[in-house]
Design a binder for this molecule. Structure first.
Ligand code: BT5
Length: 232
């Protein structure tokens, strides 16, 4: 059974993830906070996420049985499927970006408190121009050539989120099969930043637990969490 969404629509907020965290304990699973603009949109590790009007900025409150790093892929696959609905081919840059034609169109930020809640935050550039001062960003409007009804994009995204969340809960290996299919870095030489160190190697696989396998100087190395850049 799909989640029942309960929407909280805001004109402006600091960050939908922060708002979601403030209300998570007392809110049902499936509560969605969506804002027209964020004044302090967040990426990972204190980075900022540019969130002008025209984009889709939302956070979903979930109550999974346990926190699991693979939740990020629920968001990434939902974005990929949504883009496909609008005729835009995309791929996942492990672990939390979605790219179109070599540029980042969406980012996912998961947070949570064990035993209490998980927050799945998604930022997708839709009608907003790719933000200035950000390398390699793109927006749906550049690929469709026309503005899209934001509500329709949101509806599609929530539909796919509900679908992939069920797969994540019931059949996580099926979720990971899809992630492997949609991850465009496999086979490529990448540079990964892991806890302040850079590792260069060939991306070989994504394991069922969500980790990335790199081949570095003939040896296999497992990366649990990191920032990947393509080395072209
Ligand atoms: C992410 O972090 O990609 C996760 C972004 C999650 C944003 C959503 S919006 C709704 C919810 N509420 C929040 O406050 N956050 C979530 P990371 O992998 O750390 O990437 C951050 C980097 O992406 C920045 O340092 C910029 O280089 C780039 N960036 C910032 N804004 C962007 C945008 N609108 N489009 C593309 N790239 C952007």
């Amino acid at each position: 059974m799909f989640l029942k969404w309960k929407l909280i629509e805001l004109d402006e907020v600091d960050s939908t993830n922060e708002y979601a965290k403030r209300i998570a304990v007392n809110s049902p699973e499936g509560t969605v906070i969506v804002a027209k603009r964020q004044t302090a949109g967040k990426g990972r590790r204190g980075r900022s996420w540019k969130s002008p009007e025209g984009g889709l900025w939302l956070s979903v409150i979930l109550k999974p049985p346990r926190l699991d790093p693979r939740l990020v892929f629920v968001g990434a696959l939902a974005v990929v499927d949504t883009l496909e609905d609008f005729g835009i081919p995309s791929g996942i840059k492990w672990p939390n970006d979605v790219w179109v034609g070599g540029r980042k169109i969406a980012g996912i930020l998961t947070e949570g408190k064990e035993g209490e809640y998980a927050i799945l935050g998604i930022g997708l550039n839709v009608n907003n121009p790719a933000p200035e001062g950000v390398d390699n960003a793109t927006s749906m409007i550049y690929h469709t050539g026309k503005e899209l009804p934001l509500n329709l994009v949101r509806e599609k995204l929530l539909f796919h989120l509900g679908k992939w969340y069920e797969v994540y809960l019931d059949r996580p290996t099926v979720l990971m099969d899809k992630v492997r299919e949609r991850t465009f870095i496999l086979g490529k030489i990448v540079k990964v930043e892991e806890e302040g160190r850079f590792i260069i190697g060939r991306a070989i696989d994504v394991l069922d637990d969500g980790s990335l396998i790199l081949e570095v100087g003939g040896e296999l190395k497992r990366i649990l969490y990191g920032d990947v850049s393509l080395r072209i």
